[in-house]
Design a protein. Structure first.
Lengths: 71, 762, 159
């Protein structure tokens, strides 16, 4: 099972790692895709640092999973 | 093959710059004096955040003896940064055009015939500012209502880095015990004995020569060319002797920039030297970091998962902060095997002194958190801190998933040696404890964010008719002894003595490009280049020896101690000097020359090789005053094959002194963005009476990637000390120190809180 | 204030310089006499890089006015060697690797020289105290202490 990054199509073994990659890359293409899903890239990033748990990763991972069919 | 017997390597060799340094002959940029040279001074912003509305230099220009006053308007206004590949991280105009972002930022520069006149002229420059609201702490700077420090950078989030492997959540599920802690790591000043200094001389041919106190003449050359609109080849950078660097001197600083800008306008040499106060307030510092660390472990001591989040106070500009952000998170996992690991790092702009690289590069901060928490977990679960580290430690052949391949690793032996040492100390008196910390560090990075087209390290060796050797390298000696280390490698490879080698370094006009002295790269990378160059030269020399001696094809020749000989029958041979003469004649009078170079390829994501160590700190706390006395430091250290024996001891003791300073003495308190102690009275560095004995136990390994098996030594050694001291205090007093530096006030506060907690329990 | 003449000996040589009274000894040594071995590392008399010997005593040359040295004998690091022969402390520094970047080294050598000339069988603590006013950022001091101890223990003779 592998998951593709919706912005650059790179593959990872699980959706959370794609999320990690999207947070880490942070360029226009990756931020743009996140924003196009109705989320703020910066808000997700900052929530990860300032709130307990890994909600940001979970939210993004879910979006990535949903997008797999369209890739 | 480890620690084999060598003629020169790992023997007691005098530092080759020693005579110059102990006789006062060594000339630093600080000492450079040229005919007609002018003196430059810099006017600095008194505000942490302000628009520059206007700068009127009329009155200053009228002062007799003043030759020029420059501001950002007199420059190309290029935003530069050392991460040249990433435009968004090139965010710094050394003389800003529109606004200032930290107290101390350069605003204008003056050149005059004397220092006094230049200084007086500063007061005559009229700057009109529109003061803007400022923010000083990263957690404040990310708030929606915080002022924007760099246009277009949302919430002042400068860089983020994320490292992850394994299924972190699943790994936490497997843990029997989870602990989380918050830590606050301070900044630190490099505090080189030679402050930032540069002398620039621009001549009518359109060429710039810049003497600079720099860790990388090549970087200085490239950065200057970039901001001045010159070709790199028309810029010559000379680093005569350099009075310390420690990570703070390979970026473009205001001494280099302002002296060059003014010289280009005047066609006269201009010297800019930072005062000690300027050096404190306006050269970038170690990155302050806020760390949240969550660790899951099985009750048998097996590490399961670690999840850490880190905020760094980036200050006003990026500098090398992006690399520190990544490396901190990477080394925070060292030196252990984690089933699941996640690191989220965020670098936030604030209106304070920019933060950058400093010896350890984010790892001392990372270890302060990681290694202390491990000891607290061991205490919580009744586990042995040595056993837990041994159980989970890196081993030879391990791959940090997707990050690094560990080819040589002496960690287990390091742990065993320190365990023996600690046990030999027996029971300690009250208020005294020994704390440990292990770590691993890189031997140079594989990354090329500077976007250099050159090999990371290069070397050229030339053999003169009398057998003396010219060795041209680009690596930079900043006191760590790289000239000597390269001479040792060259002497060993060629089969001659160190005194036969003259090392040429620190001049971009004569030396090949090299990325410079940072990231613990020079012994491995420049060393490999030197070895390759010398092997090339030796091979050419031996071709003539084979012809001369006419020996059976099955025999090999080699050179050792100036004796060219058959390896199998070393008594048969000829003198090296004789062979050189014949080789030169055979080549129509041309000297034998060898070339070598090294760039890491396919060496994982971080580094070609990793050093390992465990350190123990024996410390005593005075419960009345909170004062700390360090009794002894002992380190078991794996740097593969040591090359420069005296240099290694010096690096260990020096690193310990700097790291101890970071742990309990050095602090950079700021109020409203203003540094409160910018002098050597109030900024406390360790002095001779406070420095403890710092012993070393060398652990044998052989690193295949390093020259003769060598790895880094000197930067990794700053990593464990703050953590080891914290663990010593925990062992002695039962208090957990989560904030650096460990000052007497903080110790007393922790002791009080502990007492209160114990009273409440009763 | 008017300039005045200063006559003093530096490294055995007589000098006559015409200076402003507020000129520091460090400035005369470095800027007027061109002896740049002596360094400066601070403005607060804290680092010791400027240490020289005045009439055999260890002095931070940034803390005295040059005119205070009228008629006195100043020794700087350049004055330690004699006809190319290094002094015992210099040779000990070489053997012990007691320097790295070298910027503090001249000051260290001068503090050590003054101490060695007076100390009789000093303890390690006393050796450490003799360089308490000299900051070194590179070595961690211990190699410097070992070098000084070796000289006070008689392991190096004048050549």
């Amino acid at each position: 099972m592998s998951f593709k990054c919706p912005a650059c199509k790179k593959e990872w073994p699980n959706s959370k790692q794609v999320a990690r990659h999207m947070f880490g890359t942070g360029d226009k293409a990756h931020r743009g895709w996140i924003e196009s899903q109705g989320y703020s890239y910066i808000e997700l990033l900052l929530a990860q640092t300032t709130e307990p748990g890994n909600k940001s990763y979970e939210v993004l991972a879910e979006l990535i999973e949903k997008a797999q069919d369209k890739l | 093959m480890s620690h084999a017997k060598y003629s020169v390597i790992n023997t007691h060799v005098h530092n080759i710059d020693g005579v110059a340094k102990v006789t006062g002959r060594a000339t630093y940029t600080f000492d450079v004096n040229l005919p007609g040279m002018l003196h430059g001074k810099i006017l600095r912003s008194p505000h942490p955040h302000a628009k520059i509305l206007s700068i009127d230099t009329t009155r200053a220009l009228e002062l007799p003896g003043v030759k020029i006053v420059v501001t950002g308007k007199d420059t190309l206004g290029i935003k530069q940064g050392i991460w040249r590949r990433y435009e968004e991280l090139c965010d710094e105009q050394v003389l800003p055009l529109e606004k200032v972002r930290y107290i101390g930022e350069p605003v204008a520069a003056v050149a005059a015939i004397t220092e006094e006149i230049a200084e007086a002229a500063l007061d005559l420059i009229d700057v009109e500012y529109e003061v803007l609201p400022a923010v000083y702490e990263p957690l404040e700077a990310i708030k929606k209502e915080a002022p924007t420090i760099h246009e277009g950078v949302e919430r002042n989030v400068n860089v983020t880095r994320h490292i992850e492997w394994g299924d972190v959540d699943e790994a936490f599920e497997e843990a029997d015990y989870i602990r989380e802690d918050w830590f606050k790591c301070s900044g630190q000043a490099h505090m080189c004995m030679e402050t930032r200094a540069a002398v620039s001389s621009f001549t009518p041919e359109g060429k710039l020569t810049c003497w600079a106190s720099t860790q990388s003449a090549y970087y200085t050359q490239g950065l200057l060319a970039g901001v001045l609109g010159l070709r790199e080849g028309d810029v010559r950078v000379l680093a005569p002797y350099v009075g310390g660097g420690f990570g703070g001197k390979f970026e473009l600083d205001a001494a280099m920039f302002c002296s060059a800008v003014m010289s280009m306008k005047l066609f006269k040499p201009v010297k800019v030297v930072f005062s000690r106060e300027e050096d404190f307030i306006a050269s970038k510092r170690r990155t302050p970091m806020f760390y949240y660390v969550r660790t899951g472990i099985k009750k048998d001591g097996t590490f399961c998962a670690r999840e850490s989040r880190m905020f760094s106070n980036g200050g006003a500009y990026t500098g090398m902060g992006a690399t520190a952000l990544y490396l901190s998170g990477f080394f925070h996992s060292f030196p252990y095997k984690w089933r699941g690991y996640r690191y989220d790092g965020y670098r936030v702009y604030t209106n304070t002194l920019p933060s950058t690289s400093m010896r350890g590069f984010g790892a001392p901060q990372a270890m302060f958190c990681s290694e202390q928490q491990i000891d607290w977990i061991c205490a919580d679960l009744g586990l042995d801190p040595f056993e837990v580290r041994r159980k989970n430690g890196h081993t030879e052949g391990y791959e940090v998933p997707g990050q690094a391949f560990i080819a040589s690793c002496g960690l287990e032996q390091c742990i065993n040696e320190i365990e023996k040492w600690v046990k030999s100390k027996g029971k300690l008196p009250a208020n005294r404890g020994i704390g440990i910390s292990s770590c691993g560090f890189m031997s140079g990075g594989i990354f090329n964010w500077f976007d250099s087209p050159y090999s990371f390290s290069s070397a050229v060796v030339t053999i003169n008719v009398d057998g003396t050797v010219e060795l041209h390298v680009g690596c930079q000696d900043i006191g760590q002894g790289s000239n000597t280390t390269m001479a040792i490698i060259a002497a060993e490879t060629l089969g001659v003595k160190v005194e036969d080698i003259r090392v040429h370094s620190g001049d971009t006009a004569h030396c090949p490009a090299d990325l410079g002295a940072w990231g613990s790269r020079q012994t491995l990378m420049a060393g490999n280049a030197v070895k390759m160059a010398c092997e090339d030269a030796k091979k050419q020399l031996l071709e003539f020896a084979y012809a001369e001696m006419g020996i059976n094809i099955v025999y090999d020749l080699d050179i050792k101690d100036r004796w060219v000989h058959i390896v199998a029958r070393p008594e048969r041979g000829l003198k090296y000097e004789e062979l050189v003469k014949k080789a030169l004649r055979a080549k129509d009078g041309q000297r034998i020359m060898g070339r070598g170079y090294y760039t890491p390829h396919r060496k994982g994501m971080i580094s070609p090789a990793y050093s390992y160590m465990m350190q123990a700190v024996d410390a005593e706390v005075d419960p009345e005053t909170g004062k700390i006395k360090i009794h002894e430091v002992m380190t078991a250290h794996d740097c593969g094959q040591p090359i420069n024996q005296l240099g290694l001891i010096g690096q260990l003791e020096g690193a310990a002194s700097m790291a101890l300073g970071y742990a309990y003495l050095e602090d950079m308190p700021m109020e409203d963005g203003k540094l409160m102690n910018p002098n050597l009275v109030d900024y406390k560095v360790i002095k001779a009476p406070e420095m403890p004995e710092a012993g070393i136990i060398e652990i044998d390994t052989y690193e295949p990637e390093g020259p003769y098996g060598a790895k880094e030594a000197g930067e990794g050694l700053t990593n464990p000390t703050a953590a080891a001291l914290g663990n010593a205090i925990y062992s002695a007093m039962g208090i957990q120190m989560k904030e650096l530096p460990i000052t007497p006030e903080r110790v007393l506060k922790a002791l009080r809180e502990k007492k209160e907690q114990e009273a409440q329990k009763k | 204030m008017e300039k005045q003449v200063l006559r003093f000996k530096v490294n055995g040589d007589e000098y006559e310089v015409f200076i402003h009274p507020k000129t520091l000894l460090a400035e005369v040594i470095r800027d007027h006499l061109g002896l740049t071995g002596t360094k400066r590392g601070c403005e607060t008399v804290s680092c010791g890089a400027c240490t020289v010997n005045v009439n055999g005593k260890s002095v931070k040359s940034c803390s005295v006015l040059a005119i205070q040295c009228e008629g006195m004998e100043v020794t700087t690091v350049e004055g330690l060697e004699k006809n190319g022969k290094l002094s015992p402390i210099q040779r000990s520094f070489l053997d012990h690797g007691s320097y790295q970047c070298g910027f503090c080294t001249p000051g260290m050598l001068m503090s050590a020289t003054a101490f060695i000339s007076e100390a009789k069988n000093p303890t390690k603590e006393q050796v450490k105290e003799s360089i308490e006013g000299n900051i070194c950022r590179c070595t961690g001091y211990n190699s410097i202490v070992r070098a000084i101890e070796a000289v006070t223990q008689g392991k190096y003779k004048e050549e």
